[in-house]
Design a protein around this ligand. Sequence first.
Ligand code: NDP
Length: 448
Amino acid sequence: MTAAKTYIDQAFETVKTRNPHETEFLQAVQELFDTLEPVFEKHPEYIEENILERIVEPERVISFRVPWTDKDGKVQVNRGYRVQFNSAVGPYKGGLRFHPTVNQSILKFLGFEQIYKNVLTGLPIGGGKGGSDFDPKGKTDREVMSFVQSFMTELQKHIGPSLDVPAGDIGVGGREIGYMFGQYKRLNQFDAGVLTGKPLAFGGSLIRPEATGYGLVYFTDEMLKANGKSFKDQTVLVSGSGNVAQFAVQKATELGAKVISVSDSNGYIIDETGIDFDLLVDVKEKRRARLTEYAAEKASAKYFEGSVWNYDGPADIALPCATQNEIDGDKAKQLLANGVYAVAEGANMPSDLAAITAYRENGVLYGPAKAANAGGVAVSALEMSQNSQRLSWSTEEVDARLKDIMTNIFATAKETAETYDLGIDYLAGANIAAFEKVADAMISQGIV
Ligand code: NDP
């Protein structure tokens, strides 16, 4: 065994010992570590610096009580968190997730991934993540506001334009960001740079709602083109039906693909004539309804219970855009058997380690989340730039910058994979390129 491999294995054992119950976090760490051996062979100084043990430890984890009052006047209590993982290249940046499954392990995995994703954008932002086990589903606007005001009353002590700039994620969209901004402003002052994903009226950026979905499709398009393919006439499976999924559907359709599925946590739609973007947005955003309503209104759409990855029909490209670990090894193998040759991740860590192994062993064109879904945080960073300039850029300008950033991310992953003689292993390419940048920044700041 090489010294590099021995060091990586020992470091991983330490992470396991220190975080025995944090399964999602350990999975994200393992996914990164599994690709780093060539880097440590080339850079033994990283071993000297014990960089792995440093990089897996968040700079700070804040957890707090969030008491609020529901519509019946009952007092409810949720848990709030902010994981400030790494500020080597800039202020902590990453979304807030409101979902009943949220816990420290999930936020540490998301914060850990965010470090590398952010550095891949080439913009000066560090990595963080936060959220709560609060479930906005089925709550009234007033209940959401009551919760959010309590959440922000504590969170505002820990954030700021040069310190930590949260944004949205699952369960946190324009409505929640608006309420958070209002409460921040009451307790401090108007400061547009403290949150991103804001509505346009008070400092939001054009294209921010579209950015993750569009960016995913721009990245995938680059990956397809580099391998002599394109979206034209391809059958695409999308999971999820939220922010990322909606705009992935729209952009992939615009590029000539036929997107036949979307899903939610209860079931999925198969629409052989192609998902209708306008109807999808109407059902999900305007009515805040379930996908069964979409199926009831579109004759060609069929609704099935369960995971969309159980769909057993022909497809070319898969874009998972719902949540972590939605594709396991068996589902990945079934996708490949059904003809899927490219998988690009809109969601964070949607493929488990067995699924990733199946992609890599079978030569699937695989765009890992930290590269493929970086468009959202990239436009968030552009929102920060506009806020500090007190300017608002046009749709065309932001979209062009987004496209440029996604093209560069793909080029970085591809070139790094080639430099290390790893063929089309874009996962390794993205991991290595991002890791080297963060490690170098940390080391040049001393033992911090
Ligand atoms: P939304 O809340 O807008 O939508 C989430 C979608 O995923 C919904 O359709 C939801 O269904 C579904 N979903 C959530 N949890 C589960 C589950 N356990 N099983 C099955 N389906 C589920 O979130 P986003 O679109 O913003 O986020 C989706 C993914 O993209 C997440 O992994 C997020 O971290 C990632 N991401 C988001 C970015 C952004 O800018 N928003 C940026 C980068 C990554 P239901 O309505 O039934 O809950």
